[in-house]
Design a protein around this ligand. Structure first.
Ligand SMILES: Cc1cc2nc3c(=O)[nH]c(=O)nc-3n(C[C@H](O)[C@H](O)[C@H](O)COP(=O)(O)OP(=O)(O)OC[C@H]3O[C@@H](n4cnc5c(N)ncnc54)[C@H](O)[C@@H]3O)c2cc1C
Length: 459
């Protein structure tokens, strides 16, 4: 059963060294489920799953799909909340075994295959004193992460991580292997930096820029009861743009508040010296809710691996069913408060949570190149419900979707990282870039071999 084999149709084009699992076959369902990181695996069934061993397998899988007139979906790590890679009747090309990385310290460049996890890459780079803007949580592969933008540790200093991608190796809808960058196939490269789950080729490798690692990572944490929320959030809305520190403001049920929602503010400074980091973090002492704090952990020298493990990972439990949604905003907190106040009274069970990050409008942010990724704002609100019982799917789907919809008048768009396009299609790139993506897709994938976003905003 585990032997490499030829698929139906035979011929060199369809020879695949990795595994080919057809729907109904032994282990098909195991691999379909494993392709989604959480327990809420969508009821969508690829016809064939190809577990690619190498780039030739990807070419063969694309040709197989064309021979069988099936659409293609792609999985790198399977951390899409919505399982956008699980699509009915498709050939699912699974790239989770493509994990090779090369680093060149002299040129400060590297290459990475899409199945490598950002956290693994981060650890490798740390050993070499290097840095790449990888995501906040352990276990997210770079394939989907880089295509949709990439919201990273120290991301405000480097921009969305896709800005640090300098080229891609792809297998096109025609089954050809090509390299795309600013100088060759530049339109495909433009699309790859932001199209996310709407990208219309298979990326088998990324060429990236690397950076020297800042010597100091320092974090301060403050924990409040939900009654302090208006003061804390208003403060974050006010200082978010100015402070060079990265804010992670989390609301979740916690034992510290006897199971009631807790507000946890974690701020991180990335600097050259500890004194500079302490100075940057001192701003949080002026929060109007300071006197009501339940606990603090101040000026701790740390690193992003520890911050992921301690600060974020406990909120991601793969045995739970998840739904995510989000918005970019620069609204005043007072406009957002009525909806938030209502949410606090109906908060789903742990580890459901909401995060707010400060992002745009910061003086140190780098200039954006022309790329598909084009919707950002001062603050990012990400909402994540987690629950155990399938019977609760409708309830928590409504909770997340309706509360994000209530904030639409104050939102400037959403991020594909945490998309909920099935339930709430919303603006994820500018209208102009969406049209351009459609044009580029028509050129590279005229037969619509690749599946696209699970939903898209009305024109
Ligand atoms: C626990 C958790 C934490 C997260 N933290 C962050 C974070 O800190 N920052 C952030 O920006 N995002 C974060 N995300 C969102 C995450 O980056 C996206 O879901 C991303 O798509 C996951 O990458 P993946 O390789 O697992 O994608 P997959 O789930 O494998 O694929 C998602 C979609 O991307 C496309 N795709 C993936 N790989 C390829 C490829 N090689 N070629 C062509 N198309 C491809 C496909 O269309 C596919 O449908 C997080 C998600 C989770 C679940």
């Amino acid at each position: 059963m585990d032997e490499p084999r030829r698929t139906k149709g035979e011929g060199m084009a369809t020879q695949i060294e990795g595994r080919v699992l057809r729907r109904g076959e032994y282990r098909y369902e195991m691999h379909r489920r494993e392709a989604c990181w959480h327990a809420g695996v969508p009821n969508r069934y690829p016809e064939v799953i190809v577990l690619a061993n190498n780039e030739d397998d990807v070419v063969a899988a694309v040709r197989l799909a064309r021979e069988e007139r099936r659409q293609i979906a792609v999985r790198s790590g399977g951390h899409s909340w919505s399982g956008s890679h699980l699509r009915d009747g498709t050939v699912l090309i699974d790239l989770s075994s493509l994990r090779h990385v090369t680093l060149d310290r002299e040129t400060m460049t590297g290459t990475a295959q899409p199945g490598i996890k950002g956290s693994e890459l981060n650890t490798m780079l740390a050993k070499a004193g290097l840095f790449f803007p990888t995501g906040h949580c352990t276990g997210v592969s770079i394939g989907g992460y880089l295509l949709q933008g990439g919201f990273a540790w120290a991301g405000r200093d480097y921009g969305p991580a896709c800005m640090s991608v300098t080229g891609i190796d792809v297998v096109t809808a025609a089954g050809e292997r090509i390299h795309a960058d600013e100088t060759q196939h530049a339109d495909l490269f433009w699309a790859a930096r932001g199209a996310g789950p709407g990208f219309f080729a298979v990326v088998t490798g990324f060429s990236v820029k690397l950076y020297p690692r800042r010597p100091v990572t320092m974090n301060s944490g403050y924990f409040w009861p939900a009654s302090a929320a208006p003061d804390v959030y208003r403060f974050v809305h006010e200082i978010g743009r100015q402070t060079p520190t990265e804010i992670n403001l989390m609301c979740h049920r916690d034992p510290l508040t006897e199971g009631e929602p807790l507000i946890a503010l974690n701020a991180t400074a990335f600097t050259d010296a500890e004194e500079e980091a302490r100075e940057q973090l001192s701003i949080y002492e002026s929060c109007p809710a300071r006197a009501r704090v339940l606990g603090t952990r101040l000026n701790v020298v740390t690193d992003t691996t520890i911050l992921s493990r301690v600060g974020t990972d406990p909120h991601y439990d793969e045995t739970k069913r998840y739904l995510a949604d989000n918005m970019w905003t620069h609204a005043s907190f007072d406009d957002l408060w009525p909806n938030f106040e209502e949410m606090l009274g109906t908060w789903p069970p742990a580890p459901s949570h909401m995060v707010v990050f400060n992002w745009g409008g910061y003086a140190g942010e780098p200039e954006r190149p022309s790329m598909a990724y084009s919707v950002e704002d001062e603050l990012y609100y990400g909402l994540y419900a987690a629950w155990a019982d399938r019977a609760d799917d409708p309830r928590y789907t409504r909770w997340v979707t309706d509360h994000m919809r209530a904030w639409e008048p104050y939102a400037s768009g959403m991020q594909l990282a945490d998309e909920n396009l099935v339930n709430r299609p919303y603006r994820f790139v500018t209208d102009e870039n969406l049209r351009r993506l459609d044009d580029i897709r028509a050129r590279w994938d005229p037969d619509e071999v690749f599946v696209s976003w699970l939903g898209r905003p009305e024109p």
